[in-house]
Every structure is written in C-alpha cells, then in structure tokens.
Write a protein that binds this ligand. Structure first.
Ligand code: ADP
Length: 291
C-alpha cells in the first residue's frame, strides 16, 4: 500500500441522459438523471483507494450543502480530506452534463465560484509522508510552484501530472521530471492528429502517456521509446465518463509497483476498459484482475 496525495478539484456532477441533444430554445425531458461526485483528481483517488492505497485529497471545500454529498462520498472510499482548505462562502464546482443516448456524446456546462488550491495551502502539507503526488494540469502558476517545491525539496518523490485541457502557459510545466498523462483532447487542440506526434514533440527525456479512446493509449519512455497498447473492450460499453481518470490510476498503481512503462500502459488500458463496462466507479475491482 502506498500513501498517495492528489491535488485538484472535486465537483458535483448532475448527469441528464436525453434521447438526443436538444436544439437551442427547445424543451426536452430527461430519460434518467443521477448526481455524482466528479473531478479528475478525486476520480483517480477513488480508483486508487480500491486498489488498496492510502489516498489523500488536497483541494478546496466550501461549507455549503453540496460539499456534504462530496465529502461523504469521498469518506465512503476512505479518502482523507484533512489537507483540504475549508472556506465559509462560495459554491462547490458543479458540472451539468447532458448525455445524448443517440450518439453517446456528453456536453458539459460548468459553474464555479470556488478559488483554486494554492501553493500556500500546499506548503503546509508534510510531503515526506507520501509515496506519490498526482497533480491536475490546472491553476498553472501555483502548480508550477508546487512542482518546483517538490523537485527542490523532495527530488526522489515520484509525481504525475494530468494534461487534459489546453490552458494558457501549461507548457511551462513540461520541464519538470514527472510522468505526464496527456489526453486526446489536448493533442487535437494543439493540431496533433495522433498520439505519437504529440509524444515526439515533448522535451527530451520526458516520460508521458497519451490516451486515445477506443484506440487505447501510447507512451514515450524517458529514452524516447514509443509504445502502444490497444483498448480492452468490455462486453458492453456502459459509461466512459472518467475512463481517463481510471487509466491514470492504473498507471500510477503499476508504476508504484515498479512495473515497466509498457506493463503499466497495459494495466492502465485494462482497468480503463473494464471501467467503461460499468456505471461510475463503485465496486470497480469486484470482478476484475489484471491479466
Ligand atoms: P477521457 O476519459 O479522458 O476522455 P479516453 O477517452 O482517451 O480518456 O479514455 C482513456 C482510456 O480508456 C483509453 O486509453 C482506453 O484504454 C479506455 N477507453 C476509453 N473508451 C473506451 C471504450 N469505448 N472501450 C474500451 N476502452 C475505452
């Protein structure tokens, strides 16, 4: 078991499934609705906790009714929130997600009135207790300071950084010695038509992965070797929301277990494919074993 800290946001996701995506200025009925806790870093912790790791989340919690549902769901997964910053006013980030049953697309309207977790908050954490730190690629200026702090004071502490969306100056984070987890969305937004071209464009000696939906994922090792693993198709694709976060958890778990990058890529694809075959993250490992 490893002690893992993840820095990022937790959100409330309100997911409406509709027959087809509504036209502007129209009214449609939802086929089903459910609410769940979201946020990439906390999703990844939810999976890592089921892989028996001691998980800690560092983010911002606002004292309002929606945070109670978020905290109780995290507690259910034994995720410690004592490193969070608590605020009396504001609103937990909320994502209103419309899933079209016809196409499977998911469109997201996001509301936030919540500050980011700051470098000052981060400095108060005793990092010497942790075996791995995972960052979301957001809040770039403070994340850069956090990565600088880890590199300077804890050079042997492994880190990972998820790069999901293009953000101003996010490339300033690419110089740090962490494992980068890129998304297809980021690659496409920068004009790359495939994962290999993105991975080859990174600075030398970078270790990184890039997921590509049903095509699986690619990785580049720190000596420039490119590898690929196909996706593992579940019997039926039920819910792909959080597939990337599950992939990241599988990768961290494998690398903590000192597997090779190729093996870690394989395990991450297996776990992510398995997750696509079920709704949400609950009991993800109950009928799963790494092959
Ligand atoms: P995100 O959830 O961030 O959009 P992806 O869609 O790229 O990320 O998915 C991450 C990983 O999940 C992929 O590399 C693949 O291994 C797995 N995956 C995603 N969609 C499917 C699918 N339909 N069937 C099987 N595996 C999938």
């Amino acid at each position: 078991m490893a002690k893992i800290l993840a820095i990022g946001i937790a959100t409330l996701d309100i997911i409406n499934t509709v027959e087809s995506y509504p036209d502007e200025d129209s009214e449609v009925r939802v086929l089903k609705q459910h609410q769940t806790r979201g946020g990439n870093a906390t999703n990844t912790l939810t999976v890592l906790s089921q892989l028996d790791h001691d998980c800690h989340w560092a983010g911002v919690l606002i004292d309002e009714p929606d945070s109670k549902a978020i905290v109780s769901e995290l507690a259910h997964y034994h995720i410690d929130t004592s490193t969070c910053r608590q605020l009396a006013t504001g609103k937990m980030p909320t994502s209103y997600i419309t899933v079209s049953q016809q196409t499977g697309s998911r469109s997201i309207v996001h509301h936030r009135d919540c500050p980011e977790y700051s470098f000052k908050d981060f400095q108060a954490i005793n990092l010497s207790e942790f075996d791995w730190i995972h960052f979301e690629g957001r809040n770039i200026d403070d994340t850069r300071l956090m990565l600088q702090h880890v590199t300077t004071h804890f050079p042997d502490l492994p880190c990972s950084l998820e790069i999901e969306k293009p953000r101003f100056n996010i490339e300033a984070l690419f110089k740090f010695p962490t494992t980068f987890m890129f998304s297809q969305h980021y690659a496409n937004a920068h004009g790359f038509d495939d994962a290999i071209s993105l991975l080859k464009s990174l600075p030398a000696n970078t270790t990184a992965t890039c997921t590509w939906g049903q095509q699986g994922a690619w990785a580049i090792s720190n000596n420039g070797e490119i590898m690929h693993n196909p996706a593992y198709q579940p019997l039926q694709v039920i819910d792909t929301l959080g597939a990337g976060d599950t992939f990241n958890a599988g990768l961290i778990h494998s690398l903590l277990n000192k597997h090779t990058l190729q093996q870690a890529l394989n395990n991450a694809c297996q776990l992510a494919g398995h997750k696509c075959g079920q709704q949400g993250f609950a009991k993800l490992l109950s009928n799963f074993i790494f092959q």
